[in-house]
Design a protein around this ligand. Structure first.
Ligand code: ARG
Length: 459
């Protein structure tokens, strides 16, 4: 396919430059968005009397026939085309003749590509948001079932205080809800300003109606500075940052699933359909999905870095460096999409093992804070109670037992404040259920968190 810009040069472009320069192999995925922009641009040109009504009709007929072929699978995308914009314009001209050549009036590929990426990312972000909602929904269901399963909560990966498995899971639901919000914010800003009509950088002498195109393409307004319109990719960076943050959350959750399904923890059992085996070790059941998510998180961080570094030193307005935006942002979209689509059914089919959580909770002195709080409530200053309990824990470790295995006489050797009700105070379920502060791990709190998250999703 010849370049759109033939005319000035005295010879054909070296084939190596052509291959190097071409973006069709990765920007062809924006073909529907490119056609959508052209349908609106040409309608506006017609309404403004810049091209004739007949031209608009021919252009629309041609563009729709390309769309039809795309949907039926009959459209062959020329791999030698310079980019998707070239391909669509030349295919159109081959089908409808001169009207096709009038499509690019008052437009540049610079404002065209700035539009296409926005339209593509708007659609992609809608899909991702739906997938994040599905994951949050799966987490809420799992948390509902496990709201009363006591497990050790950890700090430094050391058993710390009792929580419920539902509470631990819901922590991720809140993180993902914020990811959703970040994505919505990014899309709102992306949809605020339409770049079409910025031209190459300096607008155009044609009487374009930029407000019409902005409205028809779903933007709040045309962008207010034509140089800005073609120059920035902050919308890619912002969305990519939201995706990288979401991947970070998926990766942490994955890491926990990997720990939980190990023989050391055995807090959950993964469904066989979501695990893999080993070619040599017959006993293995590996959590590859979650490991891949953890691994792929680095890719998305890399995509974000690619975009940030690509943009930091280029002068206004458009520079060809910016063609590198697409592979990075598309990779981030594809990766997050793949991870979300796999993680959700994996979590949904995961079976919690409350008996093992409970066993782990019984060891590791996760009720030591509650023992200290017991003494504090009986009048001992907290710092003294902390020290006293620490001494008791050290003695229990020496003797190989837990706090609740101590006799009342033993307790009273450390402080006369201990009475029979200490056993109740350090009972694991009570320790968890006693933490009634707002946002705590009680069953009631988990259930109300689930209701709140669901209400937020329904909005
Ligand atoms: N393929 C180009 C890109 O993705 C389209 C814009 C080309 N503009 C130009 N003046 N060469 O950035």
């Amino acid at each position: 396919m010849p370049q759109l810009w033939q005319g000035r040069a005295s010879k054909a472009v070296d084939s190596r430059v052509n291959d190097f320069n071409s973006s069709i192999r990765f920007d062809a995925r924006m073909i529907e968005q490119d056609i959508r922009g052209s349908l609106v641009h040409s309608a506006m040109l017609g309404a403004q009397g810049i091209i004739s009504a007949q031209d608009v009709e021919d252009i629309h007929k041609g563009l729709h026939s390309i769309l039809d072929d795309l949907h039926s699978g009959a459209l062959e995308i020329d791999p030698t085309a310079e980019d998707v914009h070239t391909f669509v314009e030349q295919t159109l001209t081959a089908r409808v003749g001169d009207a096709g050549k009038r499509l690019h009036t008052g437009r540049s590929r610079n404002d065209q590509v700035a539009l296409d990426i926005r339209l593509y990312l708007r659609d992609a972000a809608a899909t991702l948001q739906k997938e994040i909602k599905d994951l949050i929904d799966a987490i809420c269901r799992k948390a509902e079932e496990s709201a009363g399963y006591v497990m050790p909560g950890y700090t430094h990966l050391q058993r710390a205080q009792p929580v419920s498995f539902g509470h631990q899971l819901m922590a991720y639901a809140w993180m993902l809800l914020r990811d959703l919000g970040r994505m919505q914010d990014a899309v709102r800003r992306m949809d605020a300003e339409c770049p079409l009509g910025s031209g190459a950088l300096a607008g155009t002498t044609y009487p374009l109606d930029r407000f019409y195109t902005a409205r028809e393409l779903g933007f709040a307004a045309p962008c207010h500075n034509s140089i800005d319109g073609v120059s920035d990719r902050d919308f890619c960076i912002e969305l990519c940052a939201a995706m990288a943050t979401c991947m970070m959350h998926l990766s942490r959750l994955s890491e926990e699933v990997i720990l939980w399904c190990s023989w050391e923890f055995r807090f959950v059992e993964l469904d066989d359909a979501f695990t893999t085996g080993s070619s040599i070790m017959p006993q293995k059941k590996n959590p590859d999905v979650t490991e891949l998510i953890r691994g792929k998180t680095g890719r998305v961080y890399g995509d974000l870095n690619t975009l940030l570094v690509m943009m930091k030193g280029i002068p206004l307005a458009y520079d060809k460096d910016m063609q590198e935006d697409k592979e990075a942002i598309f990779d981030a979209v594809d990766t997050l999409d793949l991870c979300l689509r796999t993680l959700t059914p994996m979590l949904a089919t995961m079976t919690p093992r409350p008996e093992n959580m409970r066993k782990a909770a019984a060891h590791g002195f996760i009720n030591a804070t509650d023992c200290a709080d017991y003494l504090t409530k009986k009048g001992m200053p907290f710092r003294d109670a902390y020290k006293c309990t620490g001494t008791m824990v050290a003695a229990c470790i020496r003797e190989g037992k837990t706090l609740e295995e101590m006799s009342l006489e033993e307790f009273q050797r450390y402080s006369p404040l201990f009475e029979k009700d200490v056993y109740e105070a350090i009972d694991l379920t009570r320790c968890c259920e006693g933490r009634t502060s707002y946002g705590g791990p009680t069953r009631a709190s988990v259930l109300s968190q689930i209701a709140d998250v669901r209400a937020a999703l329904a909005q």
